[in-house]
Write a protein that binds this ligand. Structure first.
Ligand code: XMP
Length: 479
């Protein structure tokens, strides 16, 4: 037996000591950070792969804001693939395979297709994808005869403005404005459709200058995978659908089956692989040696975790981050601090301790973009958040796997997470705005121009209980 004598620290045990600063404005600092060696985020925040946190809507919002969302894995492969495709379709400079319809299809079919795909128009094509026209929601909205052909309501090709492949954003923007149109089909020399530029996409690009984009101008998205037999198929299918990064997320990530899976994923696929969770430098070293491109740190720190109570294992989160980050920096492997962040101050402390990015669960679970609807309790609105190792999540998983659950299933589960509620908080963008604002302020208190600069300059001071009390608002009535 070995007993470490230092107590280990977490966020509330420390404060950062202010330093002389030459930062004149919070705008002068950079919040950019490496998620992996090849992916940089303008906002160092990742939404957790939990089924009460990240599905399509959250992933889109996170990526637009400059972070990234990791789609959870507690669903069928088909559903996860569909979510990846929805994020990838959410915006792009050029829609590469615009939805198309045949001229002899009916108005009814066009309506259904637009509604299902949530698009406002379809390209009408003939043989070999030759452009014949375009039909929009307005063309079919009040069309009296649902059985009429699309060709009878469409705008024919000769009346459409088109552009060639390779059109630049500036010139497409000018054309769309000049002709007061919303969609610009791209065609090759033979008149075949090769893409579509929409005014809406241009607006989205301009509205979200920090968005996390892939090489084709599409939002980036990550997917979580496990170590089960079909998880390699899951990873392959999601990457084929466009997933940009894989997150191999195992409660005890410092295990041989996690390392084997990292190696298998890296051998098979070319996207970066994040692996975790670990809480020690040895864990970082082993996962990096197996091929991980970033390592997720945190065992039992999450708001809904009871791993430390149930198993007796864990490392206080600030110590875990600091020790793992030292190893990560030595190996040039970014660290993602996962769990326990409740405020922008905690976010700054996690980064100052050496993390490159921070994963958030409960902080984002109360928003419009998280899955599920708000529930009302005592006249206030809340949303549900649950640990992925909670009783209900475990039982639901068994139900999906086996098609039914029995009393034995309930009895067999040893939960390491709980189900809880968090206040409903509206749009995730408001929370992200506060977090990034707090981070910018934090960087200026440290005199740090960037997160890497913060690593060098951060000095922590340990807190007493009295210091803690002084840190919150005190001796005043809260309204
Ligand atoms: P926060 O504090 O941001 O933490 O809500 C999110 C992280 O918690 C982890 N997680 C769990 N840990 N039992 C655990 O011990 C669970 O059931 C559980 N579910 C999620 C996970 O790392 C997540 O990102």
């Amino acid at each position: 037996m070995k007993i470490r004598k230092d107590p280990g620290l977490t966020f509330d045990d420390v404060l950062l000591v202010p330093r002389r600063s030459n930062i004149r404005s919070r705008k002068d600092v950079s919040t950019a950070a490496r998620l992996t060696s090849t992916i940089t985020l303008q906002m160092p925040i990742v939404s957790a792969n939990m089924d009460t946190v990240t599905e399509t809507r959250m992933a889109i919002a996170m990526s637009r804001a400059g972070g990234i969302g990791i789609l959870h894995r507690f669903m069928s492969i088909e559903r996860q693939v569909e979510m990846v495709m929805r994020v990838k379709r959410a915006e792009s400079m050029v829609v590469e395979e615009p939805l198309s319809i045949q001229p002899d299809a009916t108005v009814r079919e066009a309506r259904v297709m637009m509604a299902e795909a949530e698009v406002g128009g379809l390209i009408v094509v003939g043989p070999e994808s030759r452009l014949l026209g375009m039909v929009t929601a307005r063309d079919v909205l009040l069309a009296p005869d649902s059985a009429a052909s699309v060709s009878s309501v469409m705008t024919p090709a000769e009346k459409l403005f088109t552009a060639q492949e390779g059109e630049t954003l500036e010139s497409a923007r000018a054309l769309l404005h000049e002709h007061r149109i919303e969609k610009l089909p791209l065609v090759d020399a033979a008149g075949r459709v090769t893409g579509l530029i929409t005014a809406q996409d241009i607006v989205k690009i301009e509205d979200h200058p920090n968005a996390t984009k892939d090489g084709r101008g599409r939002l980036m998205v990550g997917v979580a995978v496990g170590v089960r037999a079909d998880d390699l198929d899951r990873a392959v299918a999601c990457v084929e659908a466009g997933a940009d990064v894989l997150v191999l997320d195992i409660a005890h990530g410092h295990s041989e089956h996690t390392m084997d899976m990292v190696t298998r994923l890296k051998k098979r696929l070319s996207v970066p692989v994040i692996a975790g969770n670990v809480a020690t430098p040895a864990g970082v070293l082993d996962l990096a040696a197996a091929g991980a491109d970033a390592v997720k740190v945190g065992v039992g720190a999450g708001s809904i975790c009871i791993t430390r109570i149930v198993t007796g294992f864990g490392v206080p989160q600030l110590t875990a981050i600091a020790e793992c980050a030292e190893e990560g920096q030595r190996l040039n492997v970014p660290i993602i601090a996962d769990g326990g962040v409740r405020t922008s101050g905690d976010l700054v402390k996690a980064l100052a301790a050496g993390a490159s990015t921070v994963m958030l669960g409960s902080m984002l679970a109360g928003t419009d973009e998280s899955p599920g609807a708000p529930v009302v309790k005592d006249g206030r609105r809340y949303k549900v958040v649950r640990g992925m190792a909670s009783l209900s999540a475990n039982v639901q998983r068994r139900a999906v796997d086996k098609g039914e659950v029995s009393e034995e299933d309930y009895a067999e589960v040893v939960p390491e997470g709980v189900e809880a509620i968090v206040p409903y908080r509206g749009s995730v963008n408001d929370i992200l705005h506060q977090l990034v604002g707090g981070l910018r302020s934090g960087l200026s208190y440290a005199g740090a121009a960037s997160i890497a600069d913060l690593w060098d300059k951060a000095e922590f001071i340990q807190m007493s209980q009295a210091g803690m009390t002084e840190s919150g608002s005190h001796d005043v009535g809260r309204i």
